[in-house]
Design a binder for this molecule. Structure first.
Ligand SMILES: [Fe+2]
Length: 380
């Protein structure tokens, strides 16, 4: 069986498709993945090299990450007038407001240091204080976008690796932050789209690509649903959004050698791949607090309007609007992202590719609306 069976184009199948030349050849024009990768402070922190950023053995962090009144589970250092690094805050102490005030009126732009060996404690601290840090008036839209994107990536990665420990409340918190702090700030939203397009969080292979792709589909689909269904209740939007972020969680049961394989898949791996919606559904239904809406997005995101999808070969109106949105964003993000077996397409080429497969594989009304929304947001 060829991997072109079923939906005609499967976003996870490394097939060289003779009728889709753009997919497997170097992308024409400006590919979004080749845009210059910025090196923001969080990027530098996470990807820092062995020599440290400012001082050997230390990472530098902006003072505005230190939340007054919160316990900080690591030692904080500052540089004295002679350029020597000295301790300014002991581990596990509550960070007092006067410590922050003592750093002067421009403390938001000052930097302190942490021991490199405390990087994981720092990430735990940042994760626990995400809301507080992102609400700082000193944080620029660009910094806000980076902070949100990397911390959301981390939550997705941890959730996919340890589904038994998934906290719906934690995921809803990141969704609420996305809606309140990112979607309502056009500049921050533009920066997040830019980070998505630069593939900053993922190697082109599984599982990193699965984490990044799930995050991107979650952001894109939630943003689109919010734009077109303005009156949607917040609770419903958050639940649907959770389904989008977890749509591919079943992929974690598929061996990397299947997902990273070059060339066509044989019958065995192909049928294994097609099980991921069902496996994802099973994982979702075991998570406390998940609703049927969330689980159905996971189960049905490979169904297609013409009935060619899987696992249940649903068609037309039997596929829910929220699921159809997921299918479109799933394909779109997969096409514009690199894989070990192919180059990324440009956003415009990807949309043309999908247009040729509409209405067979994608809902025409939703696809048209997506074009309008993207034009309105100046994305195309
Ligand atoms: Fe999938």
């Amino acid at each position: 069986m060829s991997s072109s069976n079923g939906s005609g184009f499967d976003t996870h199948v490394p097939l060289r498709m003779p009728h889709s030349p753009g997919v497997n050849s170097p992308a024409r024009g400006k590919t979004i993945s080749t845009r210059k990768r910025r090196t923001g402070y969080l990027t530098r922190l996470i990807n820092a090299g062995p020599s440290g950023y400012a001082e050997s053995g230390y990472y530098s962090i902006p003072c505005l990450w230190l939340c007054p009144g919160r316990r900080i589970p690591l030692k904080i250092y500052r540089m004295d007038a002679k350029g020597k690094v000295k301790i300014m805050h002991e581990c596990n102490r509550v960070y007092a407001p006067d410590e922050k005030a003592a750093q002067g009126p421009s403390e938001g732009r000052q930097w302190v240091f942490i021991d490199k060996r405390s990087a994981s404690e720092l990430l735990y601290y940042l994760n626990d204080n995400l809301d507080e840090i992102l609400s700082s008036p000193y944080l620029s839209s660009s910094e806000k976008a980076e902070f949100f994107y990397y911390m959301a990536f981390r939550r997705i990665k941890n959730a996919f690796r340890m589904p038994a420990r998934i906290s719906v409340a934690d995921m809803k918190q990141i969704i609420a932050i996305m809606i309140e702090q990112i979607f309502k700030d056009p500049e921050a939203l533009g920066e997040v789209f830019s980070l998505m397009q630069q593939n900053v969080c993922r190697a082109p292979s599984h599982p990193m690509v699965t984490f990044g792709h799930s995050l991107n589909v979650g952001i894109l689909a939630t943003w689109f649903v919010m734009k077109v269904l303005g009156g949607l209740k917040r609770d419903t939007l958050e639940e649907v959004s959770l389904g989008y972020f977890f749509h591919n969680i079943g992929m974690m049961r598929i061996p990397g050698k299947v997902l990273n394989k070059e060339g066509s898949l044989s019958d065995g791996p192909w049928s294994c791949l097609r099980q991921h919606p069902q496996w994802g559904y099973e994982i979702m239904t075991k998570i406390r607090g998940m609703t049927p809406e969330m689980a159905h997005i996971v189960l049905e995101h490979h169904e297609r309007p013409d009935g060619s999808g899987y696992p249940r070969s649903l068609s037309g109106t039997d596929i829910h609007f929220f699921v159809k949105v997921c299918a479109i964003m799933d394909t779109l993000d997969a096409l514009i992202s690199p894989r070990v077996y192919r180059q990324p397409m440009t956003l415009l080429d990807a949309l043309k590719f999908m247009k040729e497969r509409t209405p067979r594989e994608y809902d025409p009304a939703i696809f048209s609306k997506l074009i309008l929304v993207m034009l309105d947001a100046d994305l195309i």
